[in-house]
Design a protein around this ligand. Sequence first.
Ligand SMILES: [Fe+2]
Length: 163
Amino acid sequence: MGKERAIGLMKEHFGPNNAKWIEHTMKVVSYAEKIVEMENIRYPFIRDVAILSAIFHDVGIPIAEKKYGNREGRNQEMEGAIIARNLLNKLMVREDIKERIIYIVAHHHSEDAIDGPDFEILWDADLLTNIEEGRIDMEKYPEEKGFRTKSGEILYKVIHKSH
Ligand SMILES: [Fe+2]
């Protein structure tokens, strides 16, 4: 899958000024790996897409903040999809895996677009990390943002208890 090389490209893309997003990304990757394991995912396609989507999901943030002054919604998703495609082109990633990752990056804030277990894993891993980093308004949880996998919910309960 070239995970280490993908992480290297992601870090290089963010650079030292975006250390906080590198840190965020690495947490999402580690939650994604945990969920893949807990959900007993056997298909390499789903596992590879989930992990690589985690690595690249937020690459649009720096440019979205610069261009639009925020990192919300569609802008970040669309900018991220373009950058993810460029970065994935540097990796030896199968075409179908690449296109699937780009779809997920392009919709990773759009709950209605979730259409498979690979996307659900990224969704839950990002949600867990955002909760942990205090980025989610827990007053609105889970009405506005809920977990999509059993493992995501279990991990949430573990974190929640420890705080
Ligand atoms: Fe994220």
